[in-house]
Every structure is written in C-alpha cells, then in structure tokens.
Design a binder for this molecule. Structure first.
Ligand code: GLY
Length: 392
C-alpha cells in the first residue's frame, strides 16, 4: 500500500491510500482518524460499481463496527444535480446520521462530488471518506475537497435548446478524512473510462514541472501500456505520483485564491472542456452512439485547444501542441471533435466557467513543456485559434 499525505490549510491532513485492499486496510483505523467510535455510516454508491467490490468495501466497514446504510446513485452529468443532492440529504437524514458519522462515497467523480457536497451540507458538515473507483477520480476528483453539483440555466446563446448545464456551479470545499484508491476496482472499469482518466494524468504532466515532478510526462509516456493492461504496480505508481502533484498544489492553494495561478492551474484545458462536454451530440469518434463526450475526453480536446491558444499568443511554440497531441493519442484519447458550434457560441459558453470574473475569460495556459500560467482576458483571436485546432 502506498500512502500520499494531503495537507490542506483549513482541515486536518489526510491520507490517500493507494493499492488493492485500501478500504480493508483503512476501516479498522477509521474511528481513530475521525476521532469518534464507530456508529452509523452512509455509503453513497455509484450504480455502475460492481456489487462484489461494494460488498468488499462495505463489509470492511461493517466488520469494523459501523452500521452501514447503502444508497445507490445514478452517475451522469444530468443527475449530478440539486435534485440528486436533495435525495441524498433525505436518505442521509433517514439513516439517522449524527454529526460525527461519516459518508462514504464509492464510485467515480460524479458520486464523489455529490456525496461530498451532501456531507458538507448535512448538519453543516459530517465527515466524508472518498473511495474512488475510476482512474479519473483516483488521480484528481477524489483528492482536494472540491464537491458540488451542476446547475441548469436558460441562456440566449446555447445550442441545446437554450438550456445550459453549468458544471460544478454550486458546491463547497469539504476535505475528505481519507481517500481509499483501491486499484483493483479498475480491473472492471471499461477501457473508455480508463483512457478518460489518463487525460487528467497527461494534464498533470503538463503542469508538474512547477510542482516538483518535471519527469512525470516522460514517465507516463512509458507507463501507458502498463496502465492500459491494468498492471497493478504501474497503476499504483501512476495514481500515487499524480496524487503527489495534486497534493502539493492543494497544500499551496487549497481554495484557489492565488492570484498567480495556484490551484487554478489544475484547470488546464478545462475551460475549453467545460464548454463542450455538456453538448449531448458530441462524440469522441464521430459515432453518434458514443455521444456525449466523457469528462476526460473533453479535457483531452481542451488540452489541445489550450495549447494551440497559447501557441497563438506566443507563450509556447507549435511543438508544444504537437507533443500534447502525441501524448493524448498514445492514450487513445480524442484530440479533435466534429459538430462543434461556432466560435462565438463556444466563447460565450466559456464565459460561464467559474473562473471567469466579471464576464472576463481567465484561462490556464501552458508556458513551457511542463509549466502553466493563469491568463486573464486572452485575445479572442487566440481563443479562436484554440477552437480551430480541435475542429474535425
Ligand atoms: N480538478 C481540479 C481541482 O481539484 O482543483
């Protein structure tokens, strides 16, 4: 078992345990970590997680003395909603959780975010333990305390019937008490989801030079076959190394306040991605049956867009975009997409991003092979060049 410690400024330090059997190893320590005798535990479980894995995890906590209530959650961007949050809060109240009883989120980033938000708001905050079961949530979403749901708003300019889904627009910072990344859960993860998780790893490689791991991108390039073959040792190294980068960023700027970037740098590619990932017709390979894009696929396309935008501004040269495309292709990820709306619609959608301030775009852009900066009000021609680079 590998352990990475996250040290947020506002909350107790916590462990990310990485390895097969992470939940079994943690359950006997849970009461000590939370500082409260085992009582009730509410498990919010992604519908897509195989029952055998859920039984193992829940069994570990029951065996440690917890009375577990299980509640299945449908995990889609549309159901990552205030309605699902309300259902969860009702179920948590129905299970009789008290102030120091934990919520355990078992699943991908969507369940982790909604269950984390429910834990942040129920009785003004109960402990949450994240048990991520996708590569994407192991290396990114489960670590660092961001929780939330999407909001639906009516807009004049949107291509999907005038209704836009605004990603993670309501939420809270609520650090977990532990993250249990059991890589054996990846054995049954569909290939497409595993590849989508690699997009966040490529992203970390593009920023990690400023965060203590300049060799991450090169290491990842050699490790992709092992990750895709679900080799346990490679997966453990991949998750632990990516989490270590994220832990350094979170320690430096837990709530994304830094004027020089800080945690916002982790959003490399995401403002482009958020503008497209909720468009229901977009597909990673032109097959409509594969629409919509998964978050990681949209991030892959967004990384190319951000790189091309930065190249148009002279922040990097064109070889940065070529290298980014090569890294993403090696993971089997899309680097362009057909059927995009026009540039002005896309730019209007980018302005809905949480990082926009006073309607002014703020983009995280590459400034070197493994470094980035937060750029306010980038020239719109450069943003258009970013979109041009990803149109198929
Ligand atoms: N996924 C970006 C962050 O946690 O800040």
């Amino acid at each position: 078992m590998r352990t990475v410690t996250v040290e947020p400024a506002s909350a107790p330090a916590y462990e990310v345990r990485v390895g097969a059997g992470a939940a079994e190893s943690f359950a006997p320590d849970c009461a000590r970590v939370i500082g409260h005798e085992p009582g009730r535990l509410f498990a919010a479980v992604d519908e897509g997680v195989p029952d055998a894995f859920v039984r193992r995890v829940v069994g570990a906590f029951s065996g440690a003395g917890y009375a577990v209530t299980e509640h299945r959650v449908r995990a889609t961007e549309r159901t990552k909603s205030l309605e699902t949050l309300g259902e969860l809060l009702g179920a948590i109240a129905g299970a009789g959780l008290e102030r120091r009883d934990p919520v355990l989120a078992i699943g991908g980033g969507i369940v982790g975010d909604v269950a984390g938000f429910a834990a942040a708001s129920y009785r003004r905050g109960v402990p949450v333990i994240q048990c991520p079961t996708t590569l994407l949530s192991m290396v990114d979403a489960s670590v660092g305390g961001k929780t939330g749901v999407n909001l639906t708003v009516r807009t004049g300019e949107d291509p999907d019937g005038g209704e836009a889904l605004l990603k993670n627009m309501a939420g809270a910072f609520h650090q977990p008490r532990a993250v249990l990344a059991d890589v054996s859960s990846l054995d049954s993860l569909p290939d497409r989801h595993l590849r989508a998780g690699l997009a966040e790893c490529v992203k970390h490689g593009l920023i990690a030079g400023d965060w203590g791991d300049a060799g991450l991108a090169d290491w990842l390039a050699g490790a992709i076959p092992g990750v895709l073959a679900r080799d346990r040792a490679t997966l453990v190294e991949c998750v632990a190394r990516n989490v270590a980068v994220k832990a350094r960023v979170v320690k430096a700027d837990e709530t994304e306040q830094s004027s020089t970037g800080g945690r916002a740098l982790l959003n490399l590619g995401h403002t482009f991605a958020h503008a497209i990932e909720t468009i229901p017709t977009l597909s990673p390979d032109a097959d409509p049956a594969h629409a919509p894009l998964h978050h990681g696929e949209a991030v892959a396309i967004g990384l190319v867009g951000a790189s091309a935008c930065a190249a148009a501004m002279g922040l990097v040269d064109a070889s940065h975009t070529e290298r980014t495309i090569g890294a993403l292709r090696a993971c089997g990820l899309p680097v362009s997409v057909g059927g995009l709306p026009d540039d002005e619609t896309l730019i209007a959608r980018m302005r809905h991003d949480k990082k926009a301030a006073g309607g002014v775009l703020r983009l995280t852009l590459p400034t070197g092979p493994a470094s980035t900066a937060l750029v306010s009000d980038p020239p719109l021609d450069a943003v258009r060049a970013g979109w041009r680079a990803v149109r198929r």
